[in-house]
Design a protein around this ligand. Structure first.
Ligand code: AMP
Length: 282
């Protein structure tokens, strides 16, 4: 494994080893790595000459200071996991100074309205922070292909928009959601759940699967009502939102249309820990 915490050193190394036609795969992460992250790296390893993984808990994308403070940071074990997956992976794990160069603030982005839906409504400024860091990382690494999980489906859509609008020469590749054996979507934030909460959190994906079944015969409003009522009965879970939206525009479905693809999105709090998930309704 090749470790860099300074962008100038990383850039110099990449310049030294890369030939003109070499494909560079890039996997941005915030660390506390799990199988979901590793699946993105595996995909990159299969399709690129080299793979770069970044580990950086980006302060500008956190709207909640408590969430930023408590976000798990496990660099040593992250590096072990990467090394055992493939010792050729190049890791870039900077501090805020190296990447923001004394100006740790977001730029403002226009994502043609994608930023006003769901996560955008509930996490003000989040997608400006995401756009700022991802654009910076793309400029440093210059990847051919970059890998993002469908777990953060809205983020994936927003990155595709960012790349298109700014004409950044990178292919964005969406990767499927990795789940624990009880169906809970893998997430670094799961580390903060107690064993009991982690078991009970299976309700999130179970609800999504039932919502998918219901959506074949019921309207989006009816399904949303059912999900809301299901969570009202739960003691330890608080539903922040459940929405059925058009996969392309992310706008809430009012009336089903045959030629559109829909997806259900959910955000739930368990003891102040925020979990998100989604499912295709196709
Ligand atoms: P994060 O470290 O949470 O910022 O995630 C880094 C990347 O891994 C993002 O593209 C996420 O969408 C992706 N990711 C996180 N969890 C999963 C998962 N359970 N399955 C697949 N990809 C994931």
């Amino acid at each position: 494994m090749y470790f860099y915490d300074k962008q100038t050193d990383l850039k110099a190394y990449l310049k030294k080893i890369l030939l003109n036609n070499d494909n560079v795969g890039f996997v941005p992460t915030m660390g506390a790595l799990h199988e979901g992250h590793l699946s993105l790296m595996k995909e990159s390893l299969q399709n690129n000459k080299i793979t770069v993984v970044s580990i950086f808990v980006n302060p500008t994308q956190f709207n909640n200071p408590e969430d930023l403070k408590k976000y798990p940071r496990t660099l040593e074990s992250d590096l072990e996991k990467i090394k055992s997956l493939n010792p050729e992976i190049i890791v870039y794990a900077p501090n805020a100074e190296d990447i923001y160069e004394g100006n740790t603030v977001s730029k403002s982005f226009n994502y043609d309205g994608l930023e006003f839906q769901m996560e955008g409504k509930h996490r003000p400024g989040h997608f400006d922070g995401v756009g700022t860091i991802v654009k910076k990382l793309f400029e440093i690494i210059n990847p051919t292909n970059a890998y993002f999980g469908e777990k953060d489906f809205q983020q994936l859509a927003i990155i595709k928009k960012l790349v298109k609008k700014n004409k950044i020469p990178v292919h964005i590749i969406g990767c499927q959601i990795h789940r624990e054996s009880n169906g809970l979507a893998m997430s670094s934030r799961n580390e903060r759940l107690s064993a009991d909460e982690r078991n009970k959190a299976e309700i999130i994906y179970k609800t999504l699967k039932t919502a998918k079944k219901l959506f074949s015969t019921k309207t989006a409003t009816e399904v949303t009502k059912w999900v809301t009522e299901t969570f009202e009965k739960q003691k330890i879970f608080t539903l922040e939102y459940f929405e059925i939206a058009d996969e392309n525009t992310l706008i809430t479905c009012k009336r089903k249309s045959k030629n559109k693809n829909y997806r259900a999105f959910i955000a739930v709090f368990v003891n102040n820990i925020r979990l998100i998930d989604n499912i295709s309704l196709k």
